[in-house]
Design a protein around this ligand. Sequence first.
Ligand SMILES: Nc1ncnc2c1ncn2[C@@H]1O[C@H](COP(=O)(O)OP(=O)(O)OP(=O)(O)O)[C@@H](O)[C@H]1O
Ligand SMILES: [Mg+2]
Length: 258
Amino acid sequence: MNVLELSHVHKSFARTEGEDVTQALEDINFTVNDGEFLSIVGPSGCGKSTIMRLIAGLIFPTAGTITLNGEIIKGTDTGRGMVFQKPTLFPWLTAEENLHFTARMQGRRRDSQYMAEAERLLEMAGLSEFRNDYPHQLSGGMAQRLALIRTMINNPKVFLLDEPLGALDAFTRMNMQDEILRLWQQSNHIVLMVTHDIDEAIYLGTRILVMAPRPGRVRADLRNDMPYPRIRTSDEFLQWRKKVLGMLDFGQKNTKEV
Ligand SMILES: Nc1ncnc2c1ncn2[C@@H]1O[C@H](COP(=O)(O)OP(=O)(O)OP(=O)(O)O)[C@@H](O)[C@H]1O
Ligand SMILES: [Mg+2]
């Protein structure tokens, strides 16, 4: 059983000018267990990516602690896989070489089971035919899909997704949402996913963390018990939409569209 815990986490960044600091996160507290899918929503600049980078071990809290299974996170680890807001691929490797990068670095044997999973992921991401292309030859959406499956193939204990589907068209996006769901349900691991898309947050999350900016903080941590597969047009779903939009202060403006 994996347990990720953020306890009284603060993060400030020095500004380049003057002695000012940006209070990116203030007193963040939450715990996520195996089998939970935490959707994170909130306005730009409220610290969503900062939370992800802290859990990934790329940066460290100014105060407070982040632990996985009781151990303080001291750096990056393939057990905590992150897909960044902007796809980060190795430009000198082909799509397929990018996919196999971690396995190669770790000297992991690429047995038939691994290769079958790689094929399945390439197929699912619509990249089979582009396996020998380099990142600069891929479209933005293809690059993002490749970044996603490159992390999926490592089956991380904690899967950190920072707006991984932002560059995708609506259809591909919905397919990838189902693929992320499938992966999470199979592994029963922890997923944290930042999204600007309220429907996406509701469609996926067993919990929805609503954040507020300046300083970045948690406004609400909502349990979403709707059974899967969720129906985007159901009354219950629309109620959820109103609720989350209301918390983001867009309730009034947007209820007409619902
Ligand atoms: N390395 C850094 N140096 C200085 N300030 C930073 C740094 N990283 C983030 N910040 C600041 O911290 C705040 C939170 O940034 P963060 O990237 O976490 O926001 P976000 O919620 O992910 O926004 P978006 O939705 O636009 O991606 C912002 O005010 C940002 O300017
Ligand atoms: Mg961000």
